[in-house]
Design a protein around this ligand. Structure first.
Ligand code: AMP
Length: 494
């Protein structure tokens, strides 16, 4: 199917051609005709599938007729993070270049003045994070009674970030008769409930299950004691051919701590998390995109959905608590058909999280050993100390590092604590201990042992949801001219 078969206007088709897109992605192919028909859409799709264009392209055509009135936006796009909101705003610029549409980007943080000025002029498209939108509504700067199309993007992320009450409140302020486009990477029951409440007879579309990491990403798992993680990370960075890497921590304060540690070791590194001022976040991202920084330590909130071209590595300094985040994180590399490598550093107590991830992706993450570092064993005990599964050793003695492909090389001694609750059983039944793989990848050399760990930095910032802080700095540009391989896969028709 071609873009020209979807019912889009010649102007939008020209913009698509200018963007270098040859063919619609599965979500675009399925969603665009329904959006143009005025139907509600429930899309199960993650970033990287082309979902942004699946709603922006038809919206631009729908908006081509009619005009916005002051303070009364005609359409509203709600995004969980400022970076994603900025990317969507960029999409409207790119695809709407042959139209005269006014848009406003309302993201949390500083000066309201520019945003209010734009609202006063009348906007066709309002792209907002929930917190700032509610702030402006409460100040009487905006009326939502003229919104004809509502887009809720990354609904599951809104849930994770505690934004659902805000979203429900916002939806309550909109006209009942409207078109709603609702996207989520996953559909847990809470998200289903929201979709049922917000949508009327939606066309359901599901593409490229979020549980399938790009086939071009080589994965590896290192199980070590927590106090060795930084050492392990530095060794991996030293031994891997890292062009540029995102390093994920679960908590903002750990982002700061790790950033300072890597900096002290002379590495070319920056940090990105939700407590930083938006101007700093935007500037840091731009420098990372422009290859001025090699390593970026980030939280999930800050890095979610970022479209950075050609990243060679992702390191999970912490095992993500939500299994889907693992897929999102490692999906930052291996894009556009390029090879990417993703290493996850697990502490023994992360056993159950690793297990859930492996269930989601349907296979074990191959174990990796790092020379000079004693391997630890994943534990599957719950808070009461009861075993919930089988204990697995990361590996025996240390070898050169190499992600393992296929089956474990040899059986390992079994450590079988009493069997318990089935739901925690990994889908793939990892019965053997994990052994390091043959040195198919460059082994980690001990010659260049990194210096000892400097003293710990203190925690800098508390974890809290990422809202009410932002600015109007330069926009994040999130569009490339590539077609990631998995975009081409056929979608399951809903
Ligand atoms: P998204 O899922 O909206 O974040 O899009 C992911 C990436 O795919 C962005 O870099 C888009 O520019 C790109 N993209 C979107 N649609 C297409 C298409 N039809 N062909 C090629 N690339 C696309």
């Amino acid at each position: 199917m071609n873009f020209s078969d979807l019912g889009l206007s010649p102007e939008v088709l020209r913009a698509v051609e200018d963007a270098g897109y040859k063919q619609p992605t599965p979500i675009q192919e399925q969603a665009i005709p329904y959006v143009l028909m005025g139907r509600d859409v429930l899309g199960c799709a993650q970033t990287g599938t082309g979902k942004t264009a699946s709603f922006t392209l038809p919206m631009i055509d729908i908006l081509a007729s009619g005009r916005a009135r002051a303070r009364m936006p005609r359409t509203l796009v709600i995004e969980p993070t400022r970076e994603l909101a900025a990317q969507v705003s960029e999409a409207f610029d790119v695809y709407g270049k042959h139209h005269k549409l006014n848009q406003a980007l309302l993201i949390g943080g500083e000066s309201f003045t520019d945003q209010e000025r734009k609202l006063d002029r009348g906007v066709d498209v309002l792209i907002a994070t929930p917190g700032r939108l509610i702030d402006l509504f409460e100040r009487g700067k905006i009326l939502l009674s003229d919104v004809k199309i509502l887009v809720i993007d990354e609904a599951d992320r809104m849930l994770d970030m505690g934004f659902i009450p805000d979203v429900e409140r916002i939806v309550g302020l909109l006209p009942k008769i409207r078109q709603t486009l609702f996207f989520s990477a996953t559909m847990p029951p809470e998200i289903r409930r929201l979709a049922d409440a917000f949508l009327m007879n939606p066309k359901e579309i599901s593409v490229a299950p979020p549980a399938s990491p790009a086939a071009t990403v080589t994965q590896g798992l290192v199980v070590v004691q927590p106090d060795q993680k930084r050492d392990v990370l530095r060794r991996l960075i030293a031994s891997e051919n890292v062009k540029n890497a995102l390093i994920f921590c679960n908590r903002k304060r750990d982002v700061d701590i790790l950033y300072r540690s890597l900096k002290r070791h002379g590495l070319d590194v920056a940090a990105l998390h939700g407590d930083m001022p938006q101007s700093k976040r935007t500037e840091t991202l731009e420098r990372f995109r422009n290859d001025e920084i090699r390593l970026l330590v980030a939280s999930d909130v800050a890095a979610r959905g970022l479209d950075i071209q050609g990243m060679s590595h992702v390191f999970n300094f912490d095992v993500p608590i939500h299994a889907e985040d693992y897929v999102h994180r490692i999906g930052r590399t291996g894009r556009a058909g390029r090879e990417g490598r993703a290493f996850t550093l697990a502490a023994p107590e992360d056993g159950r999280f690793v297990q859930t991830i492996e269930q989601l992706i349907g296979k074990p993450i191959p174990p990796v050993s790092v020379d000079g570092i004693a391997a630890a064993t994943l534990s599957f005990e719950d808070g009461d100390g009861r075993s919930r599964g089988r204990s697995r050793r990361g590996h025996g003695k240390s070898h050169g590092a190499a992600p393992q492909h296929g089956k474990p090389r040899q059986s390992a001694p079994r450590h079988e604590p009493p069997r318990a609750a089935k739901p925690h059983e990994p889908a793939h039944k990892p019965e053997t201990a994990r052994q390091p793989a043959p040195a198919r990848f460059a082994p980690i050399t001990m010659g260049a042992t990194p210096p000892a760990e400097p003293p710990r930095a203190t925690a800098a910032s508390a974890d809290k949801p990422d809202r009410h802080n932002s600015d109007d700095g330069p926009r994040v540009v999130g569009f490339g001219d590539h077609m990631p391989a998995f975009l081409a896969r056929r979608a399951a028709r809903g």
